[in-house]
Design a protein around this ligand. Structure first.
Ligand SMILES: Nc1ncnc2c1ncn2[C@@H]1O[C@H](COP(=O)(O)OP(=O)(O)O)[C@@H](O)[C@H]1O
Ligand SMILES: [Mg+2]
Length: 195
């Protein structure tokens, strides 16, 4: 092998190693960005509360997901006011809808029933889906951070623990269960302002 050829081969090796390094760098950058968002979102949980009806963020997020899922909205409540951080509540709802869609096998179209009720000074919102349901041995872990049954790289297992934190900070409750007819049901309860 003459010297020039050897140099050419070496250059190619260096070139492909460089390309691989660039790819690794992109993956690490993405991961660091996600960690950064995660840390910022949880460290100083500062809520900007406004008296508003849960129907406001809910209607917005339902419209956002209309193309991705068959959404039925059963509104059995009046527009009672709660003290809400609208953008945080929107994030929670986006997490729930995304989980529902991710739980439905590709062979079916996602169907989500959203039910809004009022009971005893609580707004009670449930999001029900036609997915595979929550794994029975996992149901106690769904609100723990970094617990996920999914294999996709951007499923950090963070959506429900974040939602738990946000709803608790609003003085509310969040419950995860399976429906008897299949699929999951996540229920959120938020206190309503005194009239
Ligand atoms: N609607 C749902 N149907 C079935 N399983 C669900 C649903 N929502 C949440 N889960 C389960 O809870 C886990 C945690 O959810 P989440 O905190 O949003 O993390 P991620 O979606 O990144 O896995 C999911 O991995 C899944 O196992
Ligand atoms: Mg999720």
């Amino acid at each position: 092998m003459n010297r020039e050829l050897l140099e050419n081969e070496e250059l190619k090796t260096i070139d492909s190693a460089y390309t691989e390094l660039q790819k690794m760098r992109e993956v690490i950058d993405d991961s660091l960005k996600s960690l950064d968002i995660l840390a910022r979102n949880t460290k100083d949980l500062h809520l900007v509360m406004k008296p508003v009806s849960l129907i406001v963020p809910l209607s917005k997020v339902i419209e956002q997901f209309r193309l991705e899922a068959e959404i039925r909205f059963f509104n059995n409540s009046k527009p009672f006011l709660s003290l809400l951080d609208i953008s945080r509540i929107e994030e929670v709802l986006i997490n729930l809808f995304t989980n529902s869609i991710e739980a439905v096998p590709h062979s079916r179209r996602p169907a989500i029933d959203v039910k809004l009720n009022y009971e005893d000074r609580w707004s009670i919102l449930s999001v029900e889906d036609n997915g595979i349901g929550i794994q029975e041995d996992f149901i106690d872990k769904v609100f723990y951070p970094f617990e996920s049954t999914k294999t996709r790289i951007n499923n950090w297992g963070f959506g429900l623990s974040y939602s738990f934190k946000i709803i608790s900070a609003h003085g509310g409750k969040i419950i995860a269960e399976n429906r008897s007819q299949g699929g999951a049901r996540i229920t959120i309860m938020l206190p309503v302002l005194s009239l």
